[in-house]
Every structure is written in C-alpha cells, then in structure tokens.
Design a protein around this ligand. Structure first.
Ligand code: LLP
Length: 423
C-alpha cells in the first residue's frame, strides 16, 4: 500500500495533500501516516503468527506519544533505553509486562523506576550493571527478570556507526564470558535469569549476519541450560533494514526474517522478543521543507530548503540516502541540485546531484523515509526550533507535537545574576 502518493500532481499522505498541511502549519514539519505504521506492525504480527513472540517496538526510532500509543493499541510492547523512554512508554499505555529495558548503562534511578513498574525484563550489558540491578532490587524487595545482552562478534554489514555486535563495540558482554556472567547472576539475590539477548546493529540488509548470530545464541542457550539456567526467552533485538531507495529494493522482508527466527525458536523451544524500530516507522514518515533560495554555485546548483541537519541528521551522520521529491509535479523541466539546509556546516547536505523538476522559492519538497531516527535525533543547533510532527489518518490530520516558540527555547538559559546552584 502506498501511503504517500501523487494524486493530480499533488503529493499526499494517505488522502491529505501535503501542501494543505504546509499552508496550515508552516514548514518544516514531519508527517507520519497512521496507516503506514499500522500496516508495518501488522506485517510483523502476521509474519510471526504461531510463535510465542512479543513485538517490543524500539521507541528510540520515533518516540512521539501518539506513535507509541498507536502501536500500543495494536498490542505492541516497547523496548526502551532510558528512564525517559520508559516514562514515555508507560505514559502511552504500554503494559509494563510488555516493556524490556535495554541500553548500555542503566543508572540506579532508572533501574528503580523500572522495578517499581515491574517491567518484563532488563537486558543487562555488563557485570557491574548486574550487580547494581541486584542491589537495587534487593533494597526494594523486588526480583528483576534479566537477560544478558551477548555480543556475538558478528559483523552486521551495516554502517560502522550503527554496527553493535562486533567484539570491538561497547555493547553487551563477550559471548565467551557469558557462562561466567550467568553463573554470577544465579548467585545474586533480587535477579532471576530469564533469557539471552542480542542486537547486532541497525539497517541490516542481509539475513546472513542474523543467521550467524542466531547460531551463536542457540549454542549458548543450550550450554546455559546444561549449566542449570532456566532460559525460556531469547530477545533477538531489532535491526531489520528498510528500503530507503524504492527503486532498488534490497531489504529482507519481515516474512523472510520470521522464517529464520522460527527455526531458532523451534530448535530451542522457547519464547521470543523482537525489538523492531526502523522497520515499523521509517517509511511511514516524511520531512517536509520549503525552498528558501536557489543558488547557482560554481560547480552545482544549490536548492536551499528550510529543513536542515539539525532537523534530520541521517544524511550528514551516516551518509544516508533518502528519496527527495517535489510536493507538486509542476511540469517544469528537470534540473540537478545539491539539496542543502541553511545550517553553517558543509555537512548540512541532504543529497548531492539529485534531479527534480525545476524548483523555485516557496516550492515544497519532501525527504522520504524520515519516520525513524528523524525527529528523535533533532536538535536546536543554530538556535533552530524543533520541528513539529503531524499524524495523518485517512483524510484527516492532527498536530501531534507543536512547534515550540523562541521565548521558551531561549528562556531555558539563565543569567548569572539569577543565582541558582543546583539543577
Ligand atoms: N534494540 C536495541 C537494543 C537497539 O539498540 C536498537 C537500535 C533497536 C532495537 C532498534 O533497531 P532498528 O530496528 O530500528 O534498526 N540512528 C541510527 C540508528 C540507531 C539504532 C540504534 N539502536 C540511524 O538513523 O540509522
């Protein structure tokens, strides 16, 4: 189903014209499609039907409360990596028994909050973190269900900044040390060993790394069971890639991924948690900007739009490719542009040498595939306001996050004379 499409030359999100939203809300803004998110979730659900799986949406991909609520209403759990995300998931109505807490270094406060809400599982990333969880749980008279995140030393074949399963990465405990870690967990009060966890990276475009990591997980689960641990759950993380370039589809489908997971679950006879983020929301969102100037450079023509790297970091951070499309098919001749924002860095470039029908100031463009790791990674760099978010549902839409105003942004700063000494 195409949730974004042209009708009579106008780019639409479901049945709503992007230019109508722009007229009411101004630009830039993120625009998400409810149907797009729901379809992506249902696809996972269908692919995994018959298995005992909990789909824990990785909230970090897009943590707008309306987006989390929408997924929670479909039955999704949540994978959170901070006290903030935990609060968001709880506030959006995700049942605590469907929340897993991942993340490299959970603080005592975060652990306490999670224990108070009795979440499903902590994915533990280090020996000292385990000790802390045990200590806090004992103090509160609670028992934390835990899984160790295993670092299987597998190359996920993705961008180095989002590759997490190699031995040089900071994530998880080396798979060779797992037995020792589990033995320690079995001795400690306040913790109960529930499973094994892994997550090898993001935007993974081949199934082979998963296959290899699953083999390691299977061997480990069997070893741990032989050691006497009651391992009834494997958490396989997220990471399934998406097609950012619709013309060259390469991403494995949830169905193909589910076949692989199914084999593992049958072999081990256990329950499973998966933590998809990007593949649920990326292609259900676009970032809309308008052209400020067209500037003729020496070597290229710059299309300068009012969205920038602070609003959408992926192209500058990961050299990511995103489709960029005109909002109006205007019938003008094609031109080739470097599409850039107004921020004072050369890295503030969304795409180089892209061909679009000629654009003039005031024209609108969309950056596609911006539903994941878009708004959540935005900053106020250059004292630019955080971008609002819009959710479209059929022929209607709502602002699901307002554009802040300059007074509240600048007003966060305090004068020396105001004299506070604590935060
Ligand atoms: N579980 C854990 C423990 C994770 O660290 C992540 C993502 C996920 C699940 C979800 O992975 P996904 O299904 O979304 O690939 N900002 C980067 C992506 C960072 C991913 C971090 N971890 C980007 O824009 O590509």
């Amino acid at each position: 189903m195409a949730v974004f499409s042209y009708v009579d030359g106008d780019y639409r999100a479901e049945q709503v014209r992007i230019r109508d939203i722009a007229a009411a809300c101004g630009t830039p803004f993120y625009c998400y499609s409810r149907a797009g998110i729901e379809a992506a979730y249902r696809r996972y659900e269908d692919a995994f039907r018959g298995f005992d799986v909990t789909i824990c949406y990785a909230v970090k991909a897009n943590s707008n409360q309306s987006v989390i609520k929408l997924l929670a209403a479909l039955g999704a759990g949540a994978d959170v990596v901070s006290g903030g995300e935990l609060r968001r998931a709880l506030a959006a109505g995700v049942p605590p028994e469907r929340i897993v807490f991942s993340g490299v270094a959970k603080t005592e406060d975060e652990i306490e909050l999670a224990l108070e809400h009795n979440i499903r599982q902590f994915n533990v990333e280090s020996a000292p973190e385990l000790e802390t969880i045990s200590r806090v749980a004992t103090r509160l008279g609670r028992t934390a269900s835990i899984a160790f995140r295993i670092n299987p030393d597998i190359d996920a074949g993705t961008h180095e900044k989002i590759s997490t399963g190699k031995s040089e990465n900071k994530f998880g405990i080396p798979w060779q040390s797992a037995r020792k870690a589990y033995a320690r967990a079995a001795e400690l009060p306040g913790v109960r060993v529930a499973g094994v966890d892994m997550h090898i990276g993001s935007q993974i475009l081949k199934l082979t790394p998963y296959e290899r990591a699953f083999e390691r997980v299977a061997t480990l689960v069997e070893t741990l069971r032989a050691d006497g641990h009651d391992i009834d759950t494997v958490d396989l993380g997220g990471g399934l890639g998406v097609d950012y370039d619709r013309n060259t589809p390469t991403a494995p489908s949830p169905e193909e991924y589910a076949v692989l997971v199914g084999q593992l679950l049958e072999q081990l006879g256990c329950r499973c948690i998966i933590e998809p983020g990007r593949s649920l929301v990326a292609n259900a969102g676009v970032l809309v900007g308008s052209v400020i100037y067209v500037k003729e450079g020496d070597q290229s023509t710059f299309l300068i739009i009012d969205a920038a790297m602070n609003d959408f970091l992926r192209p500058s951070m990961y050299s990511a490719h995103h489709g960029i499309a005109p909002v109006k098919l205007n019938g003008r001749a094609d031109r080739t542009y470097d599409i850039v924002g107004p921020v004072c860095e050369t890295g503030d470039t969304f795409a180089r040498q892209r061909t679009l029908p000629e654009q003039v100031p005031g024209d609108l463009v969309v950056i596609e595939g911006a539903g994941a790791y878009g708004s959540v990674m935005a900053s106020t760099y250059n004292t630019r306001l955080l971008v609002p978010e819009i959710l479209v549902d059929g022929d209607d839409y709502r602002v699901i996050r307002q554009r802040p105003d300059y007074d509240s942004l600048i007003g966060l700063d305090l004068d020396w004379a105001e004299g506070v000494r604590a935060c």
